[in-house]
Ligand binder design. Structure first.
Ligand code: URA
Length: 212
Protein backbone atom coordinates (compact mmCIF):
# COMPACT_ATOMS: atom_id res chain seq x y z
CA UNK A 1 0.00 0.00 0.00
CA UNK A 2 1.20 3.50 -0.85
CA UNK A 3 0.33 6.64 1.13
CA UNK A 4 0.90 10.10 -0.26
CA UNK A 5 0.41 13.17 1.95
CA UNK A 6 0.49 16.04 -0.51
CA UNK A 7 2.84 18.74 0.70
CA UNK A 8 1.99 21.92 -1.20
CA UNK A 9 1.32 25.49 0.00
CA UNK A 10 -1.94 25.79 -1.98
CA UNK A 11 -3.21 22.50 -0.59
CA UNK A 12 -2.34 23.58 2.98
CA UNK A 13 -3.96 27.00 2.47
CA UNK A 14 -7.22 25.60 1.11
CA UNK A 15 -7.35 22.91 3.77
CA UNK A 16 -6.91 25.51 6.53
CA UNK A 17 -9.85 27.49 5.15
CA UNK A 18 -11.93 24.28 4.97
CA UNK A 19 -11.18 23.48 8.60
CA UNK A 20 -12.32 26.88 9.98
CA UNK A 21 -15.68 26.53 11.70
CA UNK A 22 -16.90 29.85 10.28
CA UNK A 23 -16.45 28.71 6.64
CA UNK A 24 -19.93 28.60 5.05
CA UNK A 25 -21.25 25.58 3.15
CA UNK A 26 -21.05 27.51 -0.13
CA UNK A 27 -17.36 28.32 0.40
CA UNK A 28 -16.69 24.84 1.76
CA UNK A 29 -18.04 23.25 -1.43
CA UNK A 30 -15.90 25.51 -3.59
CA UNK A 31 -12.74 24.88 -1.56
CA UNK A 32 -13.35 21.12 -1.48
CA UNK A 33 -13.65 21.10 -5.26
CA UNK A 34 -10.42 23.07 -5.73
CA UNK A 35 -8.57 20.95 -3.20
CA UNK A 36 -9.64 17.71 -4.89
CA UNK A 37 -8.36 18.96 -8.25
CA UNK A 38 -4.95 19.54 -6.67
CA UNK A 39 -4.98 16.12 -4.97
CA UNK A 40 -6.22 14.50 -8.17
CA UNK A 41 -3.19 15.78 -10.06
CA UNK A 42 -0.95 13.84 -7.65
CA UNK A 43 -3.30 10.84 -7.46
CA UNK A 44 -3.32 10.28 -11.22
CA UNK A 45 0.47 9.97 -11.57
CA UNK A 46 0.21 6.30 -12.57
CA UNK A 47 -2.67 6.51 -15.07
CA UNK A 48 -2.20 4.11 -17.94
CA UNK A 49 -1.60 5.82 -21.28
CA UNK A 50 -0.79 4.52 -24.73
CA UNK A 51 1.27 6.15 -27.51
CA UNK A 52 -0.57 7.94 -30.30
CA UNK A 53 0.68 9.49 -33.54
CA UNK A 54 -0.57 13.01 -34.11
CA UNK A 55 0.14 15.94 -36.40
CA UNK A 56 0.70 19.43 -34.98
CA UNK A 57 0.43 22.52 -37.23
CA UNK A 58 4.21 22.17 -37.58
CA UNK A 59 5.01 18.45 -37.84
CA UNK A 60 4.00 14.88 -37.06
CA UNK A 61 4.90 13.70 -33.56
CA UNK A 62 4.04 11.08 -30.98
CA UNK A 63 2.02 11.77 -27.86
CA UNK A 64 -0.05 9.74 -25.42
CA UNK A 65 -3.73 9.25 -24.67
CA UNK A 66 -5.49 7.70 -21.71
CA UNK A 67 -5.86 3.96 -22.34
CA UNK A 68 -9.11 1.98 -22.36
CA UNK A 69 -10.93 0.99 -20.24
CA UNK A 70 -11.51 4.49 -18.98
CA UNK A 71 -10.68 5.24 -15.35
CA UNK A 72 -13.64 4.96 -13.00
CA UNK A 73 -14.35 7.57 -10.33
CA UNK A 74 -16.42 6.42 -7.35
CA UNK A 75 -17.66 9.03 -4.87
CA UNK A 76 -18.86 7.49 -1.61
CA UNK A 77 -22.30 8.94 -0.88
CA UNK A 78 -23.02 11.40 0.43
CA UNK A 79 -19.93 13.41 1.34
CA UNK A 80 -17.85 12.05 -1.57
CA UNK A 81 -20.24 13.83 -3.95
CA UNK A 82 -18.66 17.10 -2.85
CA UNK A 83 -15.40 15.88 -4.36
CA UNK A 84 -16.75 14.72 -7.73
CA UNK A 85 -16.63 17.98 -9.72
CA UNK A 86 -13.05 18.66 -8.72
CA UNK A 87 -12.07 15.19 -9.94
CA UNK A 88 -13.92 15.11 -13.27
CA UNK A 89 -12.72 18.61 -14.08
CA UNK A 90 -9.23 17.11 -14.32
CA UNK A 91 -10.32 13.85 -15.96
CA UNK A 92 -13.48 14.59 -17.97
CA UNK A 93 -13.40 11.29 -19.89
CA UNK A 94 -13.55 9.17 -16.72
CA UNK A 95 -16.72 7.22 -15.99
CA UNK A 96 -18.49 7.66 -12.68
CA UNK A 97 -20.03 5.00 -10.43
CA UNK A 98 -21.73 5.57 -7.09
CA UNK A 99 -21.50 3.73 -3.81
CA UNK A 100 -23.61 4.52 -0.77
CA UNK A 101 -22.15 3.43 2.54
CA UNK A 102 -23.49 4.40 5.90
CA UNK A 103 -21.55 4.30 9.13
CA UNK A 104 -23.27 3.08 12.30
CA UNK A 105 -22.38 5.78 14.83
CA UNK A 106 -22.20 3.24 17.70
CA UNK A 107 -20.33 0.32 16.15
CA UNK A 108 -18.61 2.57 13.54
CA UNK A 109 -19.02 -0.26 10.99
CA UNK A 110 -20.11 0.48 7.39
CA UNK A 111 -22.93 -1.09 5.37
CA UNK A 112 -23.97 -0.61 1.70
CA UNK A 113 -27.26 1.12 0.85
CA UNK A 114 -26.61 1.97 -2.82
CA UNK A 115 -24.50 0.20 -5.43
CA UNK A 116 -24.33 1.81 -8.88
CA UNK A 117 -21.01 0.32 -9.95
CA UNK A 118 -20.08 -1.81 -12.97
CA UNK A 119 -20.11 -5.53 -12.14
CA UNK A 120 -16.91 -6.12 -14.07
CA UNK A 121 -13.99 -3.79 -13.33
CA UNK A 122 -11.18 -5.90 -14.74
CA UNK A 123 -8.26 -3.77 -15.88
CA UNK A 124 -9.86 -0.60 -14.56
CA UNK A 125 -8.08 2.02 -12.55
CA UNK A 126 -10.47 3.22 -9.90
CA UNK A 127 -10.45 6.45 -7.88
CA UNK A 128 -12.52 6.43 -4.70
CA UNK A 129 -13.57 9.78 -3.28
CA UNK A 130 -14.18 9.90 0.46
CA UNK A 131 -13.33 13.13 2.29
CA UNK A 132 -12.55 11.68 5.73
CA UNK A 133 -10.41 8.60 6.35
CA UNK A 134 -11.37 8.13 10.00
CA UNK A 135 -11.55 4.52 11.29
CA UNK A 136 -11.04 3.18 7.76
CA UNK A 137 -14.18 1.01 7.99
CA UNK A 138 -16.00 2.73 5.10
CA UNK A 139 -12.97 2.84 2.86
CA UNK A 140 -12.06 -0.82 3.45
CA UNK A 141 -15.67 -1.85 2.66
CA UNK A 142 -15.59 0.23 -0.56
CA UNK A 143 -12.13 -0.92 -1.69
CA UNK A 144 -13.04 -4.57 -1.06
CA UNK A 145 -16.04 -4.31 -3.41
CA UNK A 146 -13.90 -2.72 -6.12
CA UNK A 147 -11.13 -5.32 -5.79
CA UNK A 148 -13.65 -8.20 -5.72
CA UNK A 149 -15.01 -6.94 -9.05
CA UNK A 150 -11.54 -6.98 -10.57
CA UNK A 151 -10.24 -3.40 -10.28
CA UNK A 152 -6.61 -3.26 -11.43
CA UNK A 153 -5.71 -0.68 -8.82
CA UNK A 154 -7.58 1.55 -6.39
CA UNK A 155 -6.57 5.04 -5.35
CA UNK A 156 -8.49 6.64 -2.49
CA UNK A 157 -8.51 10.43 -2.42
CA UNK A 158 -9.29 11.80 1.04
CA UNK A 159 -9.20 15.41 2.19
CA UNK A 160 -8.02 14.30 5.62
CA UNK A 161 -6.75 11.09 7.19
CA UNK A 162 -6.40 9.89 10.79
CA UNK A 163 -3.49 7.62 11.79
CA UNK A 164 -6.04 5.02 12.95
CA UNK A 165 -7.61 4.87 9.47
CA UNK A 166 -4.28 4.58 7.69
CA UNK A 167 -3.21 1.85 10.12
CA UNK A 168 -6.42 -0.08 9.37
CA UNK A 169 -5.79 0.11 5.62
CA UNK A 170 -2.19 -0.92 6.13
CA UNK A 171 -3.39 -3.90 8.20
CA UNK A 172 -5.80 -5.02 5.45
CA UNK A 173 -3.78 -4.25 2.29
CA UNK A 174 -0.21 -3.81 3.53
CA UNK A 175 0.92 -7.35 2.78
CA UNK A 176 -1.62 -8.22 0.06
CA UNK A 177 -1.05 -8.08 -3.71
CA UNK A 178 -3.79 -5.47 -4.08
CA UNK A 179 -2.53 -2.15 -5.44
CA UNK A 180 -4.03 0.38 -3.06
CA UNK A 181 -2.94 4.02 -2.74
CA UNK A 182 -4.18 6.71 -0.36
CA UNK A 183 -3.71 10.34 -1.31
CA UNK A 184 -4.58 12.96 1.28
CA UNK A 185 -4.02 16.63 2.04
CA UNK A 186 -3.04 15.98 5.68
CA UNK A 187 -2.51 13.32 8.28
CA UNK A 188 -4.18 14.59 11.46
CA UNK A 189 -3.50 13.72 15.11
CA UNK A 190 -6.10 11.12 16.09
CA UNK A 191 -9.77 10.18 16.35
CA UNK A 192 -11.85 11.35 19.29
CA UNK A 193 -14.25 9.09 21.25
CA UNK A 194 -17.02 9.79 18.68
CA UNK A 195 -14.85 8.73 15.76
CA UNK A 196 -14.24 12.29 14.53
CA UNK A 197 -10.84 13.30 13.21
CA UNK A 198 -8.95 15.75 15.50
CA UNK A 199 -8.42 18.58 14.69
CA UNK A 200 -10.29 17.62 11.50
CA UNK A 201 -13.05 19.74 10.03
CA UNK A 202 -16.17 18.25 11.61
CA UNK A 203 -18.77 16.22 9.73
CA UNK A 204 -17.82 16.59 6.06
CA UNK A 205 -21.35 15.77 4.81
CA UNK A 206 -22.92 18.35 7.11
CA UNK A 207 -20.37 20.98 6.22
CA UNK A 208 -21.04 20.40 2.52
CA UNK A 209 -24.80 19.99 2.55
CA UNK A 210 -26.13 20.86 6.01
CA UNK A 211 -27.40 18.43 8.66
CA UNK A 212 -30.49 17.00 6.91
N1 URA B 1 -16.52 11.59 9.09
C1 URA B 1 -16.58 12.97 9.07
O1 URA B 1 -17.35 13.56 8.35
N2 URA B 1 -15.75 13.62 9.92
C2 URA B 1 -14.87 13.02 10.74
O2 URA B 1 -14.13 13.68 11.45
C3 URA B 1 -14.84 11.59 10.73
C4 URA B 1 -15.66 10.91 9.89
Amino acid sequence: MRTLVVDHPLVAHKLTRLRREETSSATFRLLAEELVTLLAYEATDNLTVHPVNIVTPVSPTTGVELAEPKPLVVPILRAGLGMLNGMVKLMPTAEVGFLGLVRDEESLSASIYADRLPHDMHNRQVFVLDPMLATGGTLVAAINILLERGAKDVTAICLLAAPEGLARLEEVYGSSDAKVTVVTAALDERLNEKGYIVPGLGDAGDRLYGSV
